[in-house]
Structure formats: structure tokens, C-alpha cells
Write a protein that binds this ligand. Sequence first.
Ligand SMILES: [Fe+2]
Ligand SMILES: [Fe+2]
Length: 265
Amino acid sequence: MRVVWLTDIHLDCVNESARAAFFDTIAAQRPDGVFLTGDIAIAPSLLPHLRTMADVIQTPIYFVLGNHDFYHGSIAAVRAAVSDCSRSHVFLRYMPEAGVVPLTQNTALVGHDGWGDGRYGDYMRSPVRLNDHILIEELTGLTQAKLQDRLRDLGNEAAGYLQETLPKALDRFKRVIVLTHVPPFKEACWYQGQVGNDEWLPFFTCKAVGDVLRNRLEKRPECRLDVYCGHAHHSGTAHILPNLRVFTGEAHYGAPQINRVIELD
Ligand SMILES: [Fe+2]
Ligand SMILES: [Fe+2]
């Protein structure tokens, strides 16, 4: 099985002809599937772009959503609309809706958006302010303390989903792939070849998800887990455990790219 991995393609940052050319480049790889790890567009254009992409590529697109996908909308409404579409569309597969997806005889796929959950780094002293906190309905107009609670809740939601879903995949498959938007470990939050600092880590790592993954894989040495994520826009590979690796993908606004072609057996 041949899969193309894309992350942080921010399709709203390129014009229609550049989008069409990018979709053609993906189709030219003749993939059996696409992994797309979030920051696809912004809320108003997300589904139209996904549908156009699926029309051109004509292969299943397994995806999670990133923070930008909720801009000018709400997390609840976007997730509901995307889940609804995923239930009926022939090629679009939103991972929290799809559950455990068998890819090959040995490999299954699971995934959740994740969220920068404010747990790594120094949230209270960080001067970082993201557009998330202006452009996403659930995150606007909150005090710093209330926002921290909300970020934690979003991280917990992702972790709770994986806590329940991952064991079902590990029971049946030796190899599992997790798609998520936010790097789940400090070691996977790359910035120019280094790990992100205490000011950025709160918003660029999802500790709750990482804790679940580490805990589960420590108990399953016979299984192997690869995580694909984005959000940091800088690339790197983190070896968390002998059987747990995290690939973080590079991205540039206005220049969507293929991050990797993955061969699965
Ligand atoms: Fe991004
Ligand atoms: Fe992001």
C-alpha cells in the first residue's frame, strides 16, 4: 500500500490554480490513500476544499483537523459538519469518526485532532498569543486561567478518545499508525532542529495524548506505533520508545507540499 502524507497544507493561502496543481501532484503519485494531519484550510472553506481534493485524487483521504480548520467557526460545529460528511462521502475519512481503520493485514490507522493543551512549558508566563484565541469561538474572550482549563479539556478529549480506541487497534494489529495535528511530546515539537522552548511548548504539544501513547506502548513491546503530526511547521523524527516514533512534518504557508510517500506492507 502506497500512502502520501501531507500536513499543514493551509489551502486557503494559495489560489485556485495552485491548489489544482497541488492536487494533480498528489494524484500523480497514484496513492492508495492520503494521510492529512490537519491545518487543511479555515472553517468556511474546509469542506469545499476537501471535496475538491477528493474529486481529483479519487482515493481515501484519512484526516484530522488542526487549529486553523476552526478559524472563523467553532470547534463543535466544524467537527459535527466534518463528521457528517465523513459518514457519507466515498473518500473522506475523518479519523475520530472512522475509528480503527485496517490499512493492510498488519497495519491499522487511528487518529484524533489533539490540541496544544498548555501542559508542557510555562503556560502562565508565556507571552505567546495565538490567533486561535481570537478566531475560534470556544477560545475567545477567556481569562488566561479559563483558557488554560479549556485547552486542557481539549487535550483530555483527544487523550480520552485514544485511550479507548488505541487498545482496540493494538489487540488486532502489530503495527499501528496514529494521525494527530499537535506533536504529543516535547521531543517531537521541532523548531529549526531544536525542541521548542517553554514559551511555545504550551501551545505546540499535547501532553495528554503523549501520556496515553507512551503508557500504552510500554505495555505492548510486541507492537509498533508511528505517529504522524504537524502544527510546528518544522520537521523532525523523535524516538520516544523502541517501539514508538513520532514524525513531525515541515510546512510553509502558501506552498503546500508532499511530506512523504509511505510504503506499507
Ligand atoms: Fe499549520
Ligand atoms: Fe496548527
